[in-house]
Design a protein around this ligand. Structure first.
Ligand SMILES: Nc1nc2c(c(=O)[nH]1)N[C@H]1C(S)=C(S)[C@@H](COP(=O)(O)OP(=O)(O)OC[C@H]3O[C@@H](n4cnc5c(=O)[nH]c(N)nc54)[C@H](O)[C@@H]3O)O[C@H]1N2
Ligand SMILES: Nc1nc2c(c(=O)[nH]1)N[C@H]1C(S)=C(S)[C@@H](COP(=O)(O)OP(=O)(O)OC[C@H]3O[C@@H](n4cnc5c(=O)[nH]c(N)nc54)[C@H](O)[C@@H]3O)O[C@H]1N2
Ligand code: SF4
Ligand SMILES: [Mo]
Length: 729
């Protein structure tokens, strides 16, 4: 048996794994103890990477739909079909949908972006508006860059307050923190405390020193109440005052939200809100962390802003043991250019054709895609390319979208399964197995608990099938009108040279000469690493980072604990940390109006599960085994009132739409709140996921509304949505 080392591409924890290999098969997977970022941690998903590699349902050849059935064709036939059917004329007629795994594969991320630029369409959609857009927008306004997202310095904090996240299960999000549980326990062993604020007593809450139930969608109200108390009781302590603007505006804005006013809306007593504020202020070093529960709701951007505003006004931002900015080795735009001042961010440079939703960071809300396909007229979307994206299950009102997909002139999916979304595609282009591909994380080192740099080469050699970046390059050639038969090597050289010349000016030619033996994403990585903050600056810093150095160090290179970065990290036009961005202050009017609205009797929220990964890992036998997991968790009081018991079936309805769910009664749930995981509903015809289809579960998103969005970020509202639950007799 030989061993190979490989970063797990499945979730944001990015664990380093050690694979045992016999011939061309993975026979064991363990956490790699020497890995500088994950130190031996592994979860049940990483342990089945071999099963993913071997899955007979995973596509290995392109498929084209002929007479309603997908049939295998050659690569040339698949691309010829795409070229023949490509909608011409209006650039905006082609839409692009980027799914979650795109963020985990550097070939997809770098060449997906290239392809997007070649398309030149304004119709770009992604999982970001089903997920973290509010956080990135709030950070953009506060710190001046959409990738400047502070993360808790768990290794040194005394108090971690978690809202709307379950890192024991998710292993962190917008926060790369492998073995969150071990690190949280180590904090507790040093005397630190963990507080979890969640409508469900989660696996993370079970570990916590204190759990507080909150009404879904109540975070903005709670956080306003907390900030109010901090100001009112003189507990504000802004350590970075000379770098902070807007303190008076923030004080004035939260003055209208004393705990007594917000208590009913967040479901937390006024006295408890005041006491929580005092606890955070009293901690020596504290960090407040909010994640998907605080984003996928009506006030996602406001809640995300207030999380960091509280970190600032309690003196915990950018300080050891508080919330800190990581510094990534490559592609970290917030480390480049002049520091201190910048352009800041701009949104709404365009608006969507049908709803007039503003563009945010070059995207429209995923919820808008369906209406752009359905609504005739100039600029109608007639073609779609999905890249690792399964919106039929992951986007609200997936059933409506599924119908709309069949009306497209051309749909192409770059995907490894024939699933609920790709079954609508005219052409499916499968990438390699992750084990046949090299790996470097572009996004997650910007969000990691510690600064490190790691690279994994491919574990297995590949046959003559193209890598995903090569598929995307060929699509780029088609989009640019160069044809499917274009010289891809020359195109790659030209596109990379353009990028380098744009950013490096007179240094471009020598830089390009130094990387001439590389191609594709590895060449872009080499350029990014060497130009980055730890890089060798193309020879100027002799012991600086290069790709060769990372290749020689499978356990990765440790770049140290997080260090303070203000003012260097700031990119706002004022050069200051903006504590009271005007758009957010203005949006408080919505929160104010909501105080008068009645709270619905029953709402649904989502949940993530350890042995599942959004919509696509239900086909791996080891993960699929055991107890059926797509259940609706219901509080015992609600269950008694509605005549429901564990194991019975019920109809979960919203307006005219409904799904059938299996009930699990548990006092983990706050009264009036139901929890249903997303990513299920594998019972669509003409898919090829035999294991998943055996226990399909129900698609929560069939129920939710595509039009329900946070207006600032365009993020979908996926939680706190009013529903009815009826026993099926
Ligand atoms: N109701 C509700 N809905 C939600 C959420 C929620 O909490 N509640 N969460 C939202 C969030 S946070 C996210 S990120 C989205 C995720 O939703 P999506 O962005 O749709 O991502 P996945 O569900 O992970 O689906 C991944 C797709 O990529 C394919 N794939 C997997 N690996 C590869 C690969 O290596 N290469 C290629 N080319 N394709 C691959 C899979 O077959 C699948 O089609 O769901 C969102 N939807
Ligand atoms: N095992 C596993 N790991 C995953 C994934 C997976 O599917 N499986 N998905 C990955 C992805 S794409 C992402 S984005 C991350 C997400 O990672 P997390 O943000 O940790 O996501 P969840 O585990 O869904 O935790 C969200 C929590 O918010 C709570 N919640 C719901 N509504 C509200 C609310 O209004 N307010 C508050 N305060 N809480 C609320 C829910 O009860 C839930 O406990 O996980 C990633 N990791
Ligand atoms: S926690 Fe995430 S990165 Fe680590 S092994 Fe599990 S799936 Fe892979
Ligand atoms: Mo996500």
């Amino acid at each position: 048996m030989t061993t190979a080392h490989r970063i797990c591409p499945l979730c944001e924890a990015c664990c380093g794994l050690e694979l045992g290999i016999e011939q061309d098969r993975v026979v064991s997977v363990r956490g790699y103890d020497a890995d500088v970022a994950s130190e031996g941690f592994i979860c049940p998903k990483g342990a089945v990477l071999g099963e993913l590699h071997d899955d007979p349902d995973r596509l290995r050849a392109p498929l084209v739909k002929r007479d309603g059935k997908h049939v295998e064709v050659t690569w040339d036939e698949a691309f010829a079909e795409i070229e023949r059917r490509w909608p011409r004329g209006d650039r905006d007629a082609m839409a692009l949908s980027l799914g979650n795994p795109t963020a985990h594969k550097f070939g997809l991320l770098l060449y997906g972006a290239r392809f997007g630029r070649a398309l030149g369409t304004k119709n770009v959609y992604s999982a970001s508006t089903l997920d973290q857009m509010p956080k990135q927008l709030a950070c953009g306004w506060m710190f001046g860059h959409w990738l400047s997202v502070p993360v808790p310095d768990l290794a040194r904090t005394d108090l971690l307050v978690v809202l709307g996240a379950n890192p024991v299960v998710s292993n962190g999000s917008m926060w790369t923190v492998p073995d969150f549980k071990g690190k949280a326990k180590a904090m507790q062993a040093r005397g630190g405390k963990l507080i979890v604020i969640d409508p469900r007593r989660t696996e993370t809450a079970a570990l916590a020193d204190r759990h507080v139930f909150i009404r879904p969608g109540g975070d903005a109200f709670l956080l306003l109440g907390l900030a109010h108390v901090l100001f009112a009781e003189g507990l504000v302590n802004v350590r970075l005052a000379e770098h902070v603007a807007g303190l008076d505006e923030l004080r004035a804005a939260v003055a209208a939200f004393p705990p007594e006013r917000v208590a009913a809306r967040c479901g937390i007593a006024a006295a408890e809100i005041a006491e929580l504020a005092r606890t955070i202020a009293a901690a020596d070093r504290a960090a407040v962390y909010g994640r998907i529960g605080t984003c996928t709701q009506e006030y996602g951007t406001i809640a995300s802003w207030l999380v960091d505003a509280i970190n600032v006004i309690t003196g915990n931002l950018d300080r050891e043991g508080g919330a800190m900015f990581p510094k990534a080795a490559a592609f970290a735009a917030n480390t480049l250019g002049a520091s201190g001042k910048g352009k800041g961010i701009t949104t709404g440079r365009r608006t969507s054709r049908v709803s007039g939703a503003p563009e945010v960071f070059g995207e429209f809300p995923m919820g808008c895609l369906v209406e752009e396909i359905e609504t005739p007229g100039l600029g109608q979307v007639r073609g779609l390319v999905t890249i690792a994206s399964n919106p039929v299950l992951s986007a609200p009102n997936g059933a409506r979208l599924a119908k709309a997909l069949d009306s497209l002139e051309l749909m192409v999916s770059v995907d490894i399964y024939l699933n609920e979304t790709t079954r609508h595609a005219d052409v499916i282009l499968p990438g390699l197995s992750p084990l046949e591909d090299a790996h470097y994380d572009i996004a997650f080192p910007q969000l990691a608990w510690r600064n490190t740099a790691r690279f994994s080469p491919a574990v297995f050699p590949r046959d003559d099938r193209p890598a995903e970046w090569e598929l995307l390059l060929r699509l780029t050639a088609i989009a640019l009108g160069k044809g499917a038969g274009a010289d891809l090597r020359a195109l790659d050289d030209a596109l990379t040279a353009d990028d380098v010349r744009r950013t490096a000016g007179p240094f471009a030619e020598p830089m390009l000469a130094m990387v001439k033996d590389l191609r594709g994403p590895e060449r872009m990585l080499e350029l990014g690493l060497r130009a980055g903050p730890y890089g060798d600056r193309f020879g100027q810093v002799p012991d600086g980072l290069t790709l060769a150095k990372l290749r020689a160090t499978p356990a990765g290179i440790d770049l140290g604990a997080l260090a303070p970065r203000i003012p260097e990290v700031l990119r706002t036009p004022s050069g200051k940390l903006e504590l009271a961005p005007p758009a957010l202050i203005a949006d408080l009017a919505r929160v104010e109006a909501d105080l008068a609205r009645p709270v619905p009797a029953l709402v649904v929220i989502g949940r993530r599960q350890l042995r599942s990964n959004n919509s696509w890992m239900h086909n791996l036998p080891t993960l699929a085994k055991g107890k059926f997991r797509c259940t609706a968790l219901v509080n015992p009081g609600d269950a008694a009132r509605l005549g429901l018991a564990t194991g019975t079936r019920a109809e979960l309805a919203r307006g005219e739409r409904s799904i059938t769910v299996e009930i699990e009664v548990t006092d983990q749930m706050m009264p009036g709140v139901i929890s249903v995981p997303h990513g299920w509903g594998h019972d669509e015809p003409d898919t090829r996921m035999s294991v998943a289809a055996a226990r399909p579960g129900a698609n929560l998103n069939a129920l939710l509304d595509d039009a329900l969005r946070d207006p600032l970020s365009g993020n979908a509202v996926l939680g706190g949505v009013a529903v009815e639950l009826r026993a099926i007799r």
